[in-house]
Design a protein around this ligand. Structure first.
Ligand SMILES: [Ca+2]
Ligand SMILES: [Ca+2]
Ligand SMILES: [Ca+2]
Length: 232
């Protein structure tokens, strides 16, 4: 065998070995679980849409409706504790502590809708009362605490919130509303609270406060009604 032929055979052999080696070093395909097509990941339909959690408190909106908590408020009762962590998310203790006995304003005309107004027409669920400011200066800096008690079961809901947008001008009487209509002088409430959802008779008690002045309270009873939620 000539040196040239030997060299040619050697090169051919080495090339074959090199190609074989390259082939064996190709990355192996990812392991696919038995019974699963290798393109399953690419073709799998997205998981069912996750229920919205509008207020980001960790409780889906649909679950808040079942629990009776507010889907638009991470702290339904205003006690500073997130709905998910709050053992009683619709029962805040009254945080208003005021030593002043000075009466700076008064409240009255407390109404919780009874589904029909004086003319017999349906009205939307809400509560309202009037704030009278007899003074010479505008009043602001209010906060409010109110309870809703089911007269049949005795279950109590208690809500606290500040009212930074409320100013009652000097010498005026202003009606303020609690509902979710979004109108001026209307303050939002838990849309799943008892006066929307509970058809038993209810007793509501409200305390309105401004720092440095005596808290003012009022209460009203709401008759049992079977038309809650839609004003039908
Ligand atoms: Ca939520
Ligand atoms: Ca909530
Ligand atoms: Ca809370």
């Amino acid at each position: 065998m000539s040196k040239k032929i030997f060299t040619l055979i050697l090169i051919t052999t080495l090339t074959a070995l090199l190609l074989a080696a390259c082939g064996s070093s190709q990355p192996s395909a990812p392991a696919v679980p038995a019974g699963t097509s290798s393109n399953a990941v690419a073709t799998t339909a997205p998981a069912a849409a996750v229920d919205a959690d509008t207020d980001g408190d960790g409780i889906p909106d649909s679950a808040e409706a079942l629990l009776g908590t507010d889907p638009n408020n991470a702290d339904s009762d205003g006690d500073g504790q997130n709905d998910l962590a709050d053992k009683e998310p619709m029962l805040a203790a009254n945080p208003i502590q005021e030593s002043s006995a000075t009466v700076g304003f008064t409240i009255g005309g407390f109404i919780v809708e009874n589904n029909v107004d004086a003319d017999g027409a349906d009205v939307a669920d809400h509560m309202e009362f009037k704030v009278t400011n007899p003074g010479a200066a505008d009043f602001s800096g209010f906060d409010i605490y109110y309870t809703i008690t089911d007269q049949t079961t005795g279950v109590v809901q208690g809500y606290y919130r500040t009212l930074p947008d409320l100013t009652v001008k000097a010498g005026e009487i202003q009606t303020i509303h609690f509902d979710n209509s979004g109108q001026p002088d209307h303050f939002s409430v838990n849309p799943n609270n008892a006066f929307y959802t509970d058809v038993n008779g209810l007793t509501l008690e409200v305390t309105l406060h401004a720092t440095g002045f005596a808290p003012q309270t009022a209460s009203v009873a709401k008759d049992p009604g079977g038309a809650e939620g839609g004003g039908e």
